[in-house]
Design a protein around this ligand. Structure first.
Ligand SMILES: NC(=O)c1ccc[n+]([C@@H]2O[C@H](COP(=O)([O-])OP(=O)(O)OC[C@H]3O[C@@H](n4cnc5c(N)ncnc54)[C@H](OP(=O)(O)O)[C@@H]3O)[C@@H](O)[C@H]2O)c1
Length: 262
């Protein structure tokens, strides 16, 4: 009867985790969302209110979660929610000349949500994870944080977002060091390129940026055929999560369980 908490589960990949995991009625599945009433309901899933930027809301959700599992333990904590910074996604570093305040604001929101919010989430649920025998904490990262990947593909964009994901990879490794002796396994996991955004809604300028990004991916990965469906990414990620060992704790891996990001 494994239990799962997904932080930031209202839509996209987070909601995909809820759907996949709840298909097995022996799982206890809890999703956290800023606005639970806006989440498409799924049988066998409890949605609790919590915001990555609000530690008190995460602590309250953790207290509630202890009452929802038979032993008060959480086996898998998956921190999925993130600020994706779509307005700055396709601006390269030098494109922020004259837009310094905008860059700083994007960087601050990315770091607050994608790094500090992850730390708040993990700290809120650690007491529950410690009660488990499985003890797994997974944070959604991005191949965009792999410097070799984006240099080979020629991708100067998603600056603040990529910095925040590189930062959270360090945070995950720090937790792995801190809790190695207690057997808690931590992983930064990239989901691949997943079709959660509607790129047709981008401005013409951003569509050009997106086309360059897709061309860069295709250059690095000749088999790349565009974003995969949420279901496929979630299925692959769960294989990696279920196979995660203590020896791998602190690593940054892809949905393929290696350093192939697409
Ligand atoms: N899609 C991809 O190709 C891709 C590639 C690499 C990495 N990733 C990573 O995968 C994860 C999920 O991405 P996605 O594509 O599913 O994104 P998405 O569709 O944009 O969904 C983002 C999720 O994060 C939640 N969220 C944002 N800010 C939050 C906050 N302050 N508190 C709580 N929840 C918050 C959103 O909730 P609301 O509904 O309340 O806004 C939503 O559920 C992210 O960590 C992302 O960086 C995605």
């Amino acid at each position: 009867m494994p239990s799962y908490v997904i932080v930031g589960a209202s839509r996209g990949i987070g909601h995909g985790f809820l759907k996949n995991l709840s298909a097995d009625p022996s799982n206890t599945v809890i999703g956290l969302a800023r606005n639970p009433s806006a989440v498409e309901p799924i049988p066998n899933v409890t949605i609790l209110k919590a915001d990555l930027l609000d530690p008190a809301s995460l602590n309250a959700a953790a207290s509630r979660a202890t009452t929802l599992t038979p032993d008060g333990a959480i086996d898998h904590l998956i921190v999925n929610g993130a600020y994706l910074g779509e307005a700055s996604a396709f601006i390269a570093p030098s494109g922020f000349v004259g837009k310094e305040a905008f860059f700083l604001s994007e960087l601050q929101t990315s770091m607050a949500t994608n790094v500090a919010g992850v730390l708040y989430s993990i700290n809120a649920f650690l007491p529950l994870v410690k009660k488990s025998r499985i003890k797994k904490v997974v944070v959604l990262s991005s191949g965009m944080a792999d410097t070799e990947c984006f240099q080979t593909a020629g991708l100067p964009h998603t600056v603040a977002y990529a910095i925040s994901k590189a930062g959270v990879n360090v945070l995950v490794a720090k937790y792995a060091v801190e809790f190695k002796d207690e057997g808690i396994k931590f992983l930064a996991l990239s989901p691949g390129v997943v079709g959660t955004s509607d790129f047709r809604q981008l401005s013409p300028e951003d569509q050009e940026g997106y086309a360059k990004m897709a061309a860069g991916f295709a250059k690095t990965y000749p088999d790349f055929k565009g974003p995969v469906a949420v279901e496929e990414s979630v299925g692959r990620q769960l294989e990696v999560i279920h196979g995660l060992t203590l020896a791998q704790s602190g690593q940054f891996l892809s949905h393929r369980g290696n350093k192939e990001w697409l």
